[in-house]
Write a protein that binds this ligand. Structure first.
Ligand code: PLP
Length: 397
């Protein structure tokens, strides 16, 4: 069935959602052989064995049922303790909802708070799902640009300029995908003051928090006056290398948790019990694994940022996440031309910056959740490509 009264039967707000720039690009990558991928934002580590074992044990024990809609009480209690200790903010287990990844938690949070036409401010370049998720919740996305010269932090002044009487919420994600941008406490305090003054709900996506290389990570939820207006979103995919388990969570004051739960219970019902058992093991005993992986990412970060800068691609030093976001403007190519050229000529995949918002043009995202030898080889190939392109540019001029 494609047509209804002469028009598409697909809802208008869905028709208008563009396909993910990443997906489109990785369809091309999948068709090529022997590619070194700095593309997909996924840990190259396998989930630590004791966490996998917990999932296997759950299966052995026949733990194959639904759980409560909010998720297993034991897991919510463990998350409550973990967040109080690591993020300095207290949530009762009743205020914690286990979701299918931060992806579902973000969708629930947006759907729970947005009335049609409400504006949601988010900082760009950003994770590909924010803008479409806002639209799917019938909201209006308002991007605020983060700049390389600010270390890709978002400025409170820029947010203030974007605020209108229709502004309902603000999405923050630090450390940021795709830039590795981070925020200081002082910068977050200015944003908290704005959120309180303009009565904004803040959705903070903390998925890369544990992968902070320098300085302390501060969550805006922990600042005075913020807990009551913040939805704290976090998950297991990145810090514990558990992308395939699909477990995340949302913490918020009871009224908001209840609202999210009403959507979740009728759409998802609950997250997989097997994955919840694995997540419980991760949060209780997985910290040494996270620290080990973070230290590996840091070594790779040091190498890749130096290599990119040495080949003439100016690259800010990310203080968190596993992404480098170098400028490719010196090559005279668009980010898509750069990524496609690099893939075709040197078999290295990176993601065009434009996939993360219009202001990502002129950059590419290089994910360093790949082994150091692979990164070294990728950098050699990329340097060759950049040198060739720079020569071609000089000759054309
Ligand atoms: N938020 C950000 C900033 C991400 O980068 C990603 C995945 O790349 C997600 C959320 C999705 O995470 P999950 O696997 O928990 O759904």
């Amino acid at each position: 069935m494609t047509a209804r009264h002469g028009t598409s039967c697909v809802a208008a707000h869905v028709r208008n959602i563009p396909r993910s720039g990443i997906r489109e690009f990785f369809d091309i990558v999948a068709s090529q052989k022997d590619v070194i991928s700095l593309g997909v934002g996924e840990p190259d580590f396998v989930t630590p064995w004791h966490i996998r074992e917990a999932a296997i044990y759950a299966l052995e024990q026949g733990r194959t049922t639904y759980t409560s809609n909010l998720g297993m009480p034991r897991l919510r209690e463990a998350i409550s303790v973990h967040i109080a200790e690591k993020f300095r903010v207290q949530y009762d287990p009743k205020e914690i909802l286990i979701a299918v990844g931060v992806s579902e938690a973000m969708d629930l949070a947006l759907r729970a708070i947005i009335d049609p036409g409400d504006e949601v401010i988010f900082h760009e370049p950003c994770y590909v799902s924010y803008s479409p998720s806002i639209s799917l919740a019938h909201g209006v996305g308002v991007p605020v640009i983060c700049r390389a010269e600010d270390g890709f932090a978002v400025r409170a002044e820029a947010i203030e300029k974007a605020i209108t009487p229709k502004s309902k919420a603000l999405i923050l994600n630090f450390p940021t995908n795709p830039t590795g941008g981070t925020m200081t406490r002082a910068e977050l305090e200015k944003i908290a003051e704005l959120a309180i003054r303009h009565n904004l709900v803040v959705l903070t996506d903390e998925i890369y928090s544990e992968l902070t290389f320098e300085g302390d990570h501060v969550s805006i939820a922990s600042l005075p006056g913020m807990r009551e207006r913040t939805i704290f979103l976090h998950g297991f995919s990145k810090a514990y290398a558990m992308t395939g388990f699909r477990i995340g969570y949302a913490c918020a004051p009871l009224e908001l948790t209840e609202a999210m739960m009403r959507i979740h219970q009728y759409s998802m019902l609950c997250a997989s019990i097997i994955s919840q058992e694995a997540a419980l093991e991760a949060i209780q005993h997985g910290e040494p694994d996270t620290i080990e992986m973070r230290d590996q990412y840091k070594l790779r970060r040091n190498f890749i940022v130096n290599a990119l800068n040495s080949m003439g691609l100016s690259c800010h030093r990310p203080r968190g996440s596993f992404y480098a976001f170098p400028s490719i403007t010196s090559t005279g190519l668009t980010s898509k031309q750069f990524a496609v050229g690099l893939l075709e000529e040197e078999k290295v995949a990176c993601v065009p910056g434009s996939a993360f918002g219009a202001c990502g043009e002129g950059f590419v995202r290089c994910c360093f959740a790949t082994s150091l030898p692979q990164i070294e080889q990728a950098m050699e190939r990329m340097a060759r490509f950049v040198q060739r392109r720079s020569k071609a540019g000089v000759q054309a001029a």
